[in-house]
Design a binder for this molecule. Structure first.
Ligand code: PRP
Ligand code: URA
Length: 209
């Protein structure tokens, strides 16, 4: 699908190899997730509109391009999505942040919503939803639906790792949404974990296991 962007930059692939390793510490995992988010944000903001303005360099007048006042919001899916927010703020320091709390019921694998708080003007903002993992796609598609209910029109989804099942679900339910991933893995296992994946992203970011 032309809405799927698999970001195969060597720096991203190298960092991904480190967080896949089960020996990687919580500290390093957390730092690298943030760095990956920065690199992915660079790609996901590639189509931001620019406008020409005139400035003076120390040498001469010059026409230069600046970002054309586009309003952005990043929306992490709690918990694991929180690990990607700082990395995005590195590149877009003024970004507003909305939060969606979802957890996946371990039996049904269906997302359960427990928290939601958005900037007041969210409907006027371009939104990047972030979550390291796109497994069945239940959480991501629910989050996209919430953002559409808030009136958001331009929504992107940024996940570090995806399963083919999750990619297909996003594509089927939200064909208007651009999806940025660093890799699409082989499959899901019986517990809905991405294979080979990197394990439970929330636990590895927050050290809860
Ligand atoms: C993980 C992950 C996604 C979801 C992906 O969260 O961060 O939100 O699972 O799975 P899905 O595509 O099948 O919905 P989890 O439910 O483990 O919650 P947590 O972030 O609080 O650990
Ligand atoms: N959530 C995770 O954290 N990891 C997976 O592999 C699937 C869902």
């Amino acid at each position: 699908m032309d809405k799927l962007h698999v970001l195969d930059h060597p720096l991203l692939q190298h960092k991904l190899s480190i967080i896949r390793d089960k020996e990687t510490s919580v500290k390093e995992f957390r730092e690298i997730v943030s760095e990956i988010a920065t690199l992915m944000c660079y790609e996901a903001t590639r189509d931001l509109p620019v406008e020409e303005v005139e400035i003076e360099t120390p040498v001469a007048k010059a026409k230069v391009n600046r970002i054309a006042g586009k309003k952005l919001a990043v929306v992490p899916i709690l918990r694991a999505g929180l690990g990607m927010v700082d990395g995005i703020m590195t590149l877009v320091p003024s970004v507003k942040v909305g939060h969606i709390g979802l957890y996946r019921d371990p039996e049904t694998l269906e997302p359960v919503k427990y928290y939601c708080k958005m900037p007041k003007d969210i409907a006027e903002r371009d939104v990047i939803i972030v979550d390291p993992m796109l497994a069945t796609g239940g959480s991501a598609t629910a989050a996209i639906t919430f953002m559409k209910e808030y009136g958001c029109k331009n929504i992107k989804l940024m996940c570090i790792l995806a399963a083919p099942e999750g990619v297909k679900r996003v594509e089927d339910e939200h064909p208007d949404v651009d999806l940025y991933v660093a890799a699409v893995d082989e499959c899901l296992n019986d517990h809905g974990y991405i294979v080979p994946g990197l394990g439970d992203a929330g636990d590895r970011i927050f050290g809860t296991k």
